[in-house]
Design a protein around this ligand. Structure first.
Ligand code: KDO
Length: 334
């Protein structure tokens, strides 16, 4: 039986459909929900950039989107975001080259230490033809669409106890925490340490209690996650110019109209630009900050690290699947 109430509702809905929902103030237009999941801590630039994304979208498409930001890996565990997006369980996230390399093996070239030189080159690579080609494969194979490239920073070693570290041999026996995938562990081993997997959110406690001896991360993340409170030394290996790709699930992206697609992309690019600008600025100032906090900041024989890490990759199975000429094209990108 149809009640009076449901009849009235149907009539109203019919009228709304005929007029366009926005013509009836009582009936709210349904917003497109965009859930974001990231392990970033609130004080880090790649957490703050999501507010820029949200604000930018609210400006360009008022009332059309409901952007929900979930920090500290509170929605999805670190490293599981791309699968969640592919399945349509999550709309947006930042994913690393390491996440991509699992399904697009040639992308492992960007997980190798000492390949990308600096943040400017990183932007040129991913915003130019190399990025366009590789992102096309990412979209096809991973069911997600990369929208912008954020500079996460240049990864440095961060030790619990002070140690003389000049070359990779000096890291022998050091339990170095790396994020939990074989691609990350390979990088840790290539640096000369004993790599051990741990989620980002557990690193502070691991260092405090001594279950790990060291971790590697860019300086802004060492500051934001307060890792300097539980470590005594930073070794400036600069072993990876790291990036994060702001990506959206294909399911969500394809459900948008062309104008919304363009606005979501522009918002992602504004977010990345905000992150990049602030992170680069802060990165240059942080050595002084850590020294003031009582940490020793030392510079090793970076050439010795570079040689050793590059040899480890060249002799590995990773290099076997790098398309011919890709490394030369990367190196030639100025
Ligand atoms: C980390 O776990 O060390 C890492 O830096 C890896 C990155 O890919 C990224 O997941 C990052 O953590 C998080 O966003 C936290 O800053």
């Amino acid at each position: 039986m149809i009640s009076q109430h449901s009849l009235r509702r149907r009539t109203l809905l019919g009228a709304a459909a005929a007029l366009g929902a926005s013509a009836l103030p009582g009936l709210a237009q349904t917003k497109t929900v965009l859930r974001i999941s990231t392990p970033a801590v609130p004080g880090d630039w790649h957490a703050k950039m999501w507010t820029v994304f949200k604000d930018s979208l609210e400006k360009s498409a008022p009332g059309e989107f409901d952007v929900r930001i979930n920090l500290n890996a509170s929605l999805f565990k670190q490293g599981t975001e791309s699968v969640a997006m592919a399945r349509g369980n999550l709309e947006l996230a930042t994913i690393s080259a390491f996440d991509i390399a699992k399904l697009v093996p040639e992308f492992s070239v960007f997980t190798a230490g000492y390949v990308i030189r600096d943040p400017a080159q990183q932007q040129k690579i991913f915003n130019g033809p190399i990025g366009a080609e590789l992102f096309k494969t990412v979209t096809e194979k991973m069911d997600i669409t990369p929208l912008a490239t954020a500079y996460l920073g240049t990864r440095q070693l961060n030790l619990r106890e002070v140690r003389k570290v000049r070359t990779p041999a000096d890291l022998k026996g050091i339990k170095l925490r790396m994020p939990g995938s074989k691609e990350w562990l390979f990088l840790g081993e290539a640096l000369g340490a004993t790599a051990t997997p741990l989620a980002f959110g557990e690193v502070y406690l691991g260092l405090k209690t001594g279950t790990i001896d060291a971790q590697d991360n860019p300086l802004p993340s060492v500051r934001a996650a307060k890792l300097y409170e539980v470590t005594k030394q930073i070794v400036m290996t600069s072993h990876l110019v790291d990036g994060l790709f702001i990506a959206i699930s294909n399911k969500s992206f394809n459900a948008l109209n062309p104008s919304q697609k363009q606005k979501v992309k522009a918002a992602a690019q504004a977010a990345a630009a905000y992150n990049n600008e602030n992170r680069i600025k802060e990165e240059s100032r942080l050595v002084e900050f850590f020294k003031k906090e009582g940490l020793q900041v030392t510079t090793p024989d970076v050439e010795a690290f570079r040689k050793s890490v590059q040899a480890a990759y060249q002799n590995s199975d990773y290099a076997k699947v790098w398309p011919k000429g890709l490394l030369d094209r990367i190196n030639a990108t100025q």
